[in-house]
Design a protein around this ligand. Structure first.
Ligand code: NOJ
Length: 511
């Protein structure tokens, strides 16, 4: 039997470099050396891999998702030598490193775009998507950009007299993937980082790289929605197959996980291809699901029906684009139960740095707001210590999340009942259990307000139950079980009493 690839049983920890940790002499913006200095936290916690959001050269219109040089580190974050050292030290600790690959667009200051806009005959003109104004004037079609409301996905370039396409900010022009030189150049970026030793890529907005060649108007049903949340062109699949061949041709076990921001699990599943496209695809509907058992049953139905047959599922409850679980669900109890959910469903979980502290989003007053997409709250800096400054070397770029004196890595590490210890116990339980890491999943009949399932691999079996209600609930399971991990930390090691407290979750093992 072929060995299981590492990313099927891994827990991948997302770091947003600006917000994780700065280094001595730092300016309150996190950097690569800050991450390296805190790798011990990740090994203590017990994750398997890190995904680093972009640290490449960038004018920072979208805080790094507007790349002006894919093969260099922005001076804010350090140097290529810092990246090499971080990769090497992570590997020395047994941590894999996944980096972001922003393939749909570049910065408007990228030399390719600077050349493209310099004249209609420039070498790179066709690397981007240019069109004449519509016959009566105005943008070539009705596509809307992400961020802001009702912003056209086109900006007019006075000098060359045409519009260019941008599914995100005007500072993020879309690359034209139907131009073969674009694909080659973006493959060179992949090779550059693979040669530096990274274990894989998180492919930004990857469902958007192929475009309808006719650039037809969005139909009435989706007109007005950002095109970046509906773009689903067949051309993308060919590009993904080529990308997959490139990755699989490299020695080692390299992964590409795609951000497929289509809020429809059946569509997400198509991006696994016939096992020849993405290794993993983010599936976002669960992230937008309220804390309700019936809604979660539906999400699990969809994952079973569409993702499991297509490939290995992923689970994402948090990232740098959305309010944190503690903020969305409204209490630490629920955030704890959500940790159990995230780390025990069948698939590869992605854990966003700071969720292990149970952080809430920062309250960002309008005068300190920075992000054009209104996402500052979940990007607040991680507090490391209780002391003023919380382990940072200068006032951070965004305000602290609530209660940093208590909710910081040092203080929570000193408190065995903290949410951070819960994460650690869950990660340890996963690592010790083939069933939890990679086993089959079967949902169990459960009363209203509960979701319960088993995971099994050979004779290793676990049961998991989550109570989505604010009241105690009874749950009878066939057989004899003991509590291995409970979200409130109570009764671990004791026999399962067939009752689950309000907004709590448990992992059970056979007695
Ligand atoms: C998705 C990223 O997660 C988000 O932060 C970014 O703004 C857009 N893609 C554009 O790159």
């Amino acid at each position: 039997m072929a060995p299981v690839p590492w990313w099927r049983s891994a827990v991948i920890y997302q770091i947003y470099p600006r917000s994780f940790a700065d280094s001595p002499g730092g300016r309150g913006v996190g950097d690569l050396d800050g991450i390296r200095r805190h790798l011990d936290h990740l090994t203590w916690l017990g994750v398997d891999a890190v995904w680093l959001s972009p640290f490449y050269r960038s004018p920072m219109a979208d805080f790094g998702y507007d790349v002006s040089d894919h093969c260099d580190v922005d001076p804010i974050f350090g140097t290529l030598a810092d990246a090499d050292r971080l990769i090497a030290e992570a590997h020395a600790r047994g941590l894999r490193v996944v980096v972001d690959w922003v393939a749909n667009h570049t910065s408007d200051r990228h030399p390719w775009f600077v050349d493209a806009r310099s004249s209609r005959d420039s070498e790179h003109r066709n690397w981007y998507v240019w069109r004449d104004p519509a016959p009566g004037g105005g943008p070539p079609n009705n596509w809307r950009a992400a961020f802001g409301t009702d912003v056209p996905a086109w900006t007019f370039d006075e000098a060359s007299g045409q519009y260019y396409l941008h599914l995100f900010l005007p500072e993020q022009p879309d690359l034209n993937w139907s131009e073969p030189a674009v694909e080659q150049a973006m493959h060179d970026v992949i090779r550059f980082w693979l040669d530096r030793g990274v274990d894989g890529f998180r492919a930004d907005a990857i469902h958007a790289i192929g475009k309808d060649p006719a650039l037809a108007d969005d139909p009435p049903g989706s007109a007005g929605l950002p095109r970046s949340s509906t773009n689903d062109d067949p051309a993308t699949h060919g590009h993904l197959r080529a990308l997959r061949r490139l990755l699989d041709g490299y020695p080692g076990d390299r992964v590409v996980v795609g951000e497929v921001y289509l809020l429809d699990t059946a569509k997400v599943a198509t991006y696994y291809g016939d096992g020849d496209e993405l290794h993993l695809a983010f599936n976002f509907p669960p992230l937008y699901t309220p804390w309700e058992a019936s809604a979660w049953h539906q999400r699990l139905d969809e994952a079973e029906r569409h993702l499991a047959p297509a490939g290995w599922p992923t689970w994402v409850l948090s990232n740098h684009d959305n309010p944190r679980p503690r903020t969305r669900y409204g209490s630490e109890d629920r955030a704890r139960a959500a940790a159990v959910l995230l780390l025990t469903l069948q698939g590869t979980p992605f854990l966003y740095a700071g969720d292990e502290l149970g952080l809430e989003d920062a309250v960002v007053p309008p005068e300190r707001a920075l992000d054009p997409g209104g996402r500052d709250g979940c990007r607040a800096p991680l507090p490391w210590t209780a002391a003023p400054g919380h382990g940072w070397h200068a006032e951070p770029w965004l305000p602290w999340p609530p209660d940093p004196k208590r909710r910081n890595v040092d203080s929570l590490r000193a408190d065995p009942s903290s949410i951070m210890h819960l994460y650690r116990r869950l990660l340890a339980a996963r690592r010790a259990s083939p069933a939890l890491e990679r086993g089959a999943m079967q949902r169990l009949a459960s009363p209203d307000g509960l979701v319960a399932w088993t995971r099994s691999e050979g004779d290793d079996v676990r049961a998991v139950a989550v109570n989505f209600t604010g009241a105690e609930r009874a749950l009878t399971l066939p057989g004899d079980w003991a509590i291995e991990v409970s979200s409130d930390g109570r009764h671990e090691g004791r026999p399962w009493p067939s009752r689950l407290g309000p907004d709590t979750a448990v992992v059970l093992r056979r007695r």
